[in-house]
Design a protein around this ligand. Structure first.
Ligand SMILES: [Zn+2]
Length: 89
């Protein structure tokens, strides 16, 4: 079964905006099993996301505020899924 690419729903929260930017840039990814966001520890992807935030801040935000928001969200995301078993078994 093919998934059609749906249009992204309207972004309602700043956190939602930040997460979508981070995901687009590949700085974070979602655990396929549990849906938790994980940071991918990729400095280039992170830079890309910050660049997007600077270039295209959400309406009502300055570039600086957008970057700050993005950083806040990034810091709140861990690099592992809390529900996945640890890899070093
Ligand atoms: Zn998981």
């Amino acid at each position: 079964m093919l998934m059609t690419k749906e249009r992204r729903p309207a972004i309602r929260t700043l956190r939602g905006w930040a997460i979508s930017v981070l995901q687009d840039a590949g700085a974070i990814c979602e655990c396929e099993e549990h849906g938790w966001m994980q940071e991918r520890a990729d400095p280039h992807a992170r830079e890309r996301a910050l660049e997007i935030a600077r270039q295209e801040p959400p309406s009502g935000l300055s570039s600086e505020q957008a970057v700050t928001e993005l950083r806040d969200v990034l810091e709140s995301i861990g690099d592992t899924c809390p529900d996945c078993p640890p890899e070093d078994l």
